[in-house]
Design a protein around this ligand. Structure first.
Ligand SMILES: Nc1ncnc2c1ncn2[C@@H]1O[C@H](COP(=O)(O)OP(=O)(O)OP(=O)(O)O)[C@@H](O)[C@H]1O
Ligand SMILES: [Mg+2]
Length: 241
């Protein structure tokens, strides 16, 4: 049993994409993985069932179903979770999420918990995402933009996590636009490692919708420092016993 909390420098930065990619990669390697999205705003009706778009994406990418345990709070309003909950007469509490994470960690080899938005996104009037991460005690994978504008957001996120003594396993850079300048990307990588002191696990390329199903994830991740995550997993497993 080990797990990671997947957060990002922003909303729409690729947390779901990276969670899906890592899920498929480790499943292909024979690791029994479970992706968990505790708080989903912008949930959608599919027939008579409310579903999380992020879970639908994991399932499509990993080519398997994960069932209802993948979500704890499904909110229809596409806004910050605290506002969506308030508008729907609900309150998001950390406790059910902590309990569900523990249950999943006990029953799966590897669990990825995807946040909502970035670190200082409110869950309710008292707590933000970073408070939840601190209480879950999972190492963090930080998803950041590969191109222009990433240094400021990424280093600020790392500073916030370090201030709380939250372990950061690594940073994954994601190409959210098709034409990133290689010189900028290369320099971003170098400066991010220097300024944050956190290892860069790898860069994920921009992919088109129609490439997704047949994407050779193993081939892309061959170039990554995936051992950074594997070592964090081993440390986690040792802690558990
Ligand atoms: N590498 C990529 N190549 C092409 N499109 C991408 C890539 N990464 C993300 N996207 C697209 O960008 C959008 C946002 O990505 P994603 O849903 O993974 O972000 P997120 O950080 O999980 O957002 P949220 O905060 O809403 O959970 C999606 O439409 C996704 O398909
Ligand atoms: Mg997402």
């Amino acid at each position: 049993m080990s797990g990671f909390f997947i957060t990002g420098t922003d909303t729409e930065i690729g947390k779901t994409m990276i969670t899906a990619v890592l899920t498929r990669y480790f499943l292909d390697k024979g690791v029994e993985v479970f992706p968990y999205k505790p708080v989903q705003s912008g949930a959608e009706w599919k027939g008579d069932r409310l579903v999380a778009p992020d879970t639908v994406f994991y399932e499509r990418f990993a080519k398997r179903q994960f069932g209802e345990e993948t979500n704890t709070y499904l909110l229809k309003t596409p806004s910050s979770p605290h506002l969506a909950a308030a508008m729907e007469g609900k309150k998001i509490e950390a406790k059910p999420i902590i309990n569900q994470t523990q249950k999943l960690l006990n029953s799966h080899e590897l669990v990825f918990v995807e946040g909502a938005g970035g670190l200082i996104v409110p869950l309710n009037e008292e707590e933000t995402m970073i408070d939840l991460i601190g209480r879950l005690s999972l190492p963090v994978i930080l998803v950041a933009r590969a191109g222009l504008g990433t240094i400021n957001h990424t280093v600020l996120s790392v500073m916030a996590l370090k201030q709380r003594n939250i372990q950061i396993a690594g940073i994954i850079l994601n190409r959210v636009t098709p034409h990133e300048l290689p010189e900028i990307e290369e320099d971003n990588r170098r400066m991010l490692e220097k300024l944050s002191g956190v290892p860069i696990v790898g860069t994920f390329p921009y992919i088109n919708e129609d490439e997704m199903e047949e994407l050779d994830v193993g081939h892309i991740l061959e170039k990554w420092n995936i051992h950074v995550l594997e070592e964090a997993m081993e440390d986690e497993s040792r802690k558990a016993y």
